[in-house]
Design a protein around this ligand. Structure first.
Ligand SMILES: Cc1ncc(COP(=O)(O)O)c(C=O)c1O
Length: 455
């Protein structure tokens, strides 16, 4: 069918026509639009309303961006106030009262020991640009090139960030990027050493240390190590606090800057304002985006001042002065802190993990339920297959697709992730009510049950 003919077809509803036009006009790299063929017209809190009048509970939250859910009154008020004030909306990286206030709110929210001697660099408005900035910063500061990164990592889609990302499928068609040494992330259920538990975690640290110290290990002293304290796209895999402390010790002892990518874990999501606070480690740099903009695009790298060896313009960009995002972000950071929403995330997260784990007896396709705070993963497996040495069954990505669809049919937006795209990832807003949490469990259980019935 030609494009013109397709566009000219009469539309049954505004939603279906929009979806069809999107299919023929936008790129083949469309992502979430494929998973969720809906046309949102209104949203509030955790609820999204489609053009077809259906309502959905949103457990994707803009891939973890919406700490306060959609269109929170505090965020809307901050945006309206800024619009009404006549403040310029675009300002490169010039000084403004909004940026000044955002920087204050951000530094106040960060671990005190880190913030006390930190510098903030405003980046292009996506997490991936802040990752690029952090890598470049440490290359400049150390005069070294390589990076240490982990299996299962996700850091973004631009060249440097993609190089440190683990996902082979997106890297395969491209020329190899950067000097990256891939290290094992302690993912107990699918342990890289086939051990799992504390033994696997210990080996992951020992291997890292011994590799770095091996004169024939092939690793030239790197510019930085970059890691996520809880892997998000990697399948909601929390790193044990002890392992994180080991990474901090190993890097500190060898003069390797440690960058913690808190793009997805930040702003209360894991049950602490910042995920590093669980282990108490103090990184050399933190990469922040998503929730810090209060639903508008904003990204920064915050780093210890001794690394500030950049020349003016070393990491520039046109869109580093988004006034509305700074106002919305400052309001969000303060609201999360004042209303102790990290504690709320911890509490509801515990409830969800408990309830979803309880489903395992009835629904053996649920291989593992894990997570930290409101960053939860439900790994779907082939229940008929043998258990491996770690007590895991093979992932079942086809079932994942069916469950995601069955969730959508039941008014629940849940995205897949993880190594095999078989992990249902729950990232509800921190403002989720008890009732909504109950509804999530109910709908998800029904969807898993329906999708795993023999066909
Ligand atoms: C941990 C982490 N780092 C970086 C990124 C990239 O952020 P963006 O999509 O805004 O470029 C993401 C996105 O999901 C992420 O989860």
């Amino acid at each position: 069918m030609s494009l013109i003919a397709d566009l000219a077809e009469p539309a049954p509803t505004p939603g279906t026509a929009i979806l069809r036009r999107q299919r023929v006009r936008e790129s083949a790299a469309r992502t979430y639009a494929r998973s969720f063929p809906i046309v949102p017209v209104r949203a509030h809190g955790m609820t999204v309303e489609g053009a077809d009048g259906r309502r959905y509970l949103d457990c994707l939250s803009g891939a973890g961006t919406l700490a306060l859910g959609h269109n929170h009154p505090v965020v809307l008020a901050a945006i309206r106030r800024t619009l009404d004030s006549g403040a310029p909306l675009h300002l490169l990286d010039l000084a403004t009262a909004e940026k000044d206030d955002f920087t204050t709110a951000l530094l106040e929210s960060l671990p005190a020991e880190f913030a006390a001697r930190a510098r903030v660099h405003f980046c292009g408005p996506a997490g991936t640009d802040a990752v690029e900035a952090a890598l470049k910063l440490m290359q400049t500061a150390t005069g070294r090139r390589g990076t240490l990164a982990f299996t299962g990592a996700y850091h973004g889609m631009t060249a440097g960030a993609l190089a440190v990302t683990g996902n082979v499928a997106v890297k395969e068609p491209l020329p190899s990027g950067g000097e990256v040494t891939r290290l094992p992330y302690p993912y107990s259920y699918r342990c890289p050493f086939g051990l799992g538990g504390p033994a696997g975690e210990r080996l992951a640290a020992v291997y890292t240390e011994r590799l770095l110290d091996d004169p024939s290990g092939g690793v030239v002293r790197p510019a930085a190590m970059i890691l996520e304290a809880v892997q998000g796209e990697g399948g909601a895999v929390p790193a044990p606090d002890g392992w994180l402390r080991e990474m901090r010790r190993i890097t500190a002892e060898r003069g390797i800057p440690l960058i913690v990518d808190e793009v997805q874990t930040g702003v209360g999501r894991t049950g602490a304002m910042w995920a590093v606070q669980h282990s108490g480690i103090v990184p050399d740099a933190m990469v922040l985006s998503k929730a810090i903009g209060g639903s508008l695009p904003l990204a920064v790298v915050v780093y210890r001042e001794e690394y500030d060896g950049w020349r003016p313009g070393a990491h520039t960009g046109t869109f580093r002065g988004n006034t509305l995002a700074m106002a919305a972000g400052a309001a969000t950071l303060r609201y999360v802190a004042e209303h102790r929403l990290a504690d709320r995330a911890e509490q509801v997260g515990r409830f969800l993990v408990r309830e979803l784990t309880a489903l395992q007896t009835r629904l053996p396709v649920i291989g593992e339920v894990r997570g930290r705070g409101l960053m939860i993963g439900v790994e779907l497996v082939d229940a008929a297959a043998e258990l491996d040495a770690c007590g895991a069954r093979p992932a079942d990505p086809a079932l994942g697709l069916r469950v995601r669809e069955a969730c959508l049919e039941r008014g629940l937006i849940v995205e897949l992730g993880g190594r095999h795209d078989a992990v249902l990832r729950l990232l509800p807003p921190l403002t989720i009510s008890d009732e909504q949490a109950g509804a999530v469990v109910e709908r998800l259980a029904e969807a898993v049950e329906a999708a795993s019935e023999p066909r």
